[in-house]
Design a protein around this ligand. Sequence first.
Ligand SMILES: *Cc1c(COP(=O)(O)O)cnc(C)c1O
Length: 375
Amino acid sequence: MPPTNKIRLSKSVVGTREAKALSRIILEDGYLGMGKDVQLFEQELKRYFDTEREVICVNSGTAALHLAVMAAVKPADEVLVQSLTYLSSFQAISAAGAIPVPCEIIPETITIDLKDAGRKITNKTRAIMPVHYSGGAGDLNSIYDFAKTHNLRVIEDAAHAFGCVHKGKMIGAFGDICCFSFDGIKNITSGEGGAVVTNDDEVIKFVKDARLLGVQKDTEKRFEGQRSWKFEVTHQGYRYHMSNLFAAIGRVQLSRFPEFKKTRQALAKGYYRKLNNISCLERLNFNYEQIVPHIYPVRILNGKRDALMEYLISKNIECGIHYYPNHLLKFYRNHELKLPVTEELYTQLLSLPLHPDLTQKEQDYVIEQIKNFLT
Ligand SMILES: *Cc1c(COP(=O)(O)O)cnc(C)c1O
């Protein structure tokens, strides 16, 4: 039986507890801007990552990436990044005045291909931005080795990877600069939001000030419910701070994360197991004990992706394509650049519904419809 409601690709799973937290801020606290709840959310995230590294919350994942790039490189510097990523990775780099250099991916993990990245190194290359696609960080250790060899900063786009573990270590708890997103559909949401995690004192100071229009040490004041009336500014800043409203939602979501994690991992394992042995369908092989998948992409071969997608939509199943390659966008296009692996994978990737409210029954229906079409 087809479901009467559309099966959503992704969704915010929020309820009474988040509503109560908002109501506490609005009716009791009365302070909607950046204050105590942001400080508490940062402390709770720090405890969750089990790290001494600093967690700095901002109002989106894109803002986190933008400030991280600004802190790490100068205008006109080049940043290596896979073309197949959310537009946000590219926009964050160009917003900082730096140049995103689109690279190929390794098809098995959809992470940056270091051989290709190596060919694209110039005397202006200053950073690499690995994207933890679906939550998998690929061969992140080799990326750090590569960065060391070429003297590059590493800005991890960990928007998909909240709560993921890489070789026994929590993403965010190690490395150079790590950026998370808490937008509406990510592993946890704060409505909108993001965080920069790092142990680099210069970066910490820059990001803390830059999120508040560049006002020096305003963060400390706001956490005490005060403002700076006489202050100094030495660099460009933005209105990127997180509000108490967003932080209050984020804090509830963080406490619910163990349950979200279990469901996401179980659903991904279910897809992997049940989508075995279907002609024209190739599964990606992630370690679902270690990662908490943000999306569930598969590869549909023989040019059948678009037709399958249309079929699933006709069956009330929403799907997605992660992502349209950025090097094909007018703004970033370079006509000499060819990325054949990326361009081919783009035509094959299809993301299936995945969120903590997806039921077993709905998932079985999705799988049944895929089999109907492909076999
Ligand atoms: C969601 C996302 C971002 C940006 O996060 P926002 O909070 O939506 O600004 C960046 N990179 C990737 C890969 C993402 O999926």
